[in-house]
Design a protein around this ligand. Structure first.
Ligand SMILES: Nc1ncnc2c1ncn2[C@@H]1O[C@H](COP(=O)(O)OP(=O)(O)OP(=O)(O)O)[C@@H](O)[C@H]1O
Length: 260
């Protein structure tokens, strides 16, 4: 694993001023994410998972502390197209085909037509949707739509994929399948992935690093570097090593609740 830091947050805090008073969405967050890491953020609602992803992506600004992405500010990283962002809802435009949806950011960024065609084809193959380019979103299952939205985030070769609970709305079997596919995609593309989830098994199955968070104020309570191998069949979830990490995550989540 490469040791080059992709994200470095130091004493990062973000307080929202609201009519009900200040909301401490993030308080003194310290974290390093390395190139090629698969990092999951797990914690109860309101612990700042989405806010942290949004700060990385330059969609929100911290009120104290520092953060760098690829060694520069989130704004500079955004301008150099360092990120792809995948949301909980696939967010595909119903009037555009799957290919048309993936092509949209490429059109906006001014890629020429031949380059667009080649990129759309490549990312559809990566997410196992070759042949679905001309279909409309409503002709695909929920899981396939989510894969299309991942393809859209991959199309312009961002090295960092920010994924905010992308599989949260899907049933467990579909989710298992997408988790396997996501790991294989991560392996093939060497991306750095930051992934928000509420699911302990999902976090443990996917991650090289698990960041456990707690609310009020939003903070990190544990960072677990996973000892699991990179190669992970779904059955790994029944092994003692897997169960031990899952226990540690659960304990971290319980301890955070106890602070309320
Ligand atoms: N724009 C905003 N204005 C005011 N408060 C906000 C804003 N965005 C988030 N918050 C508050 O900041 C805290 C952290 O929110 P955030 O969405 O990051 O949590 P989360 O861990 O992602 O939660 P969930 O799992 O429910 O998505 C919450 O208390 C939330 O209400």
């Amino acid at each position: 694993m490469n040791d080059q830091p992709v994200v470095t947050a130091e004493n990062l805090s973000l307080t929202f001023e609201t009519s009900d008073g200040p909301v401490h969405a993030l308080k003194d967050v310290n974290l390093e994410v390395h190139k090629g890491d698969f990092v999951s953020f797990i914690g109860p609602s309101g612990c700042g998972k989405t806010t942290f992803l949004r700060v990385m992506a330059d969609l929100e600004q911290q009120t104290a502390g520092t953060i760098t992405v690829n060694g520069v500010s989130p704004e500079e990283a955004r301008k150099s197209r360092a990120y792809g962002y995948v949301f909980q809802a696939a967010g595909l435009y119903p009037w555009r085909t799957i290919g048309g949806n993936i092509r949209l950011p490429l059109e906006i960024m001014g890629y020429d037509k031949a380059d667009q065609d080649q990129r759309v084809k490549r990312v559809l193959e990566l997410v196992d949707l070759a042949g679905f380019e001309k279909k409309f979103p409503w002709q695909l299952s929920g899981g396939m739509q989510q894969r299309a939205s991942i393809a859209r985030a991959l199309a312009f070769d961002a090295d960092i994929l920010l994924m905010d609970e992308p599989f949260g709305a899907l049933d467990e079997i579909v989710r298992d399948h997408l988790n396997e596919q996501l790991l294989s995609l991560w392996d093939k593309t060497h991306k750095t992935i930051c992934f928000v989830t509420h699911s302990i098994p999902e976090a443990v199955y996917l991650s090289t690093k698990i960041v456990v968070m707690s609310p009020r104020p939003g903070r990190i309570t544990d960072v677990i570097d996973s000892p699991l191998p990179r190669e992970r069949p779904l059955e790994i979830r029944d092994t003692p090593e897997f169960i031990e990490i899952a226990h540690r995550v659960r304990d971290g989540l319980r301890a955070g609740h106890g602070d309320d």
